[in-house]
Unconditional design. Sequence first.
Length: 251
Amino acid sequence: MDKYTLKTAFEKSFLGLVWRIETDVANGLLAVETRNKDTGAPLFSVFRYTTGISLIHEMPYGDRYWTLAAIVDNKLILRAYGQNSPDSAGIACIDALSGDVQWEQFNYAFLAIQDEAIIVRHRNFADGHEQYLAIHHGNLTQKTEALNKPMRQNIVIPQRHDGYIPAFLENYDIYGDLFHCTAGQNNVYAFHERDDQLYRIRLVVSSDSGVLADKVVISGLAKMIPELFFMINKQIFLIGNNKRKIVSYLV
């Protein structure tokens, strides 16, 4: 039997700081909003998360009051927000495969997204009066029964591990919380370790027979991070290099 190894899927570096991540699992896409450290201006990227191949890389759109709302059906949905309020009129749709602007709406504020429609409110109303914009053309559309269904995402967020620490982890220098999730028949554990005055993150993959692999996947952290990774199917994603890189591993 071949020895188990934790395989690197890709490493993706950015000039800006990783600010927000959204997924289009149906089409295998990851959308990333990064921010210029000095100006706060947003930049938007899209790549295929199984390979790391870029479709859009740090494309600018709008000022610092624009942000990533979602990526659905190969469409990148961006929204404006107010200086003193989370809601502000302004929605844009970008083709995730080409980076072309598909449509813009400056009379509606983004509220949420469901299936093939965006729930919005006209800028003249402070509350209520919800309407729906079609994702593909940005025009008003009627609510249907399909819009009541939540968007389905196959994303796993690890949970804090409570209770006893498995015996095979007792020799590791676990600092802070221990996080855990399953990947098929295997278990994935992640935790911080101290590295002089810095921190690093270690992944440990185990089965019923014990540790299959362990690896320091992120190092040089100035401070501990609250969310160590997320997983799609059996692929793990981490943010490293102090928010300037996304690293992915196949479990």
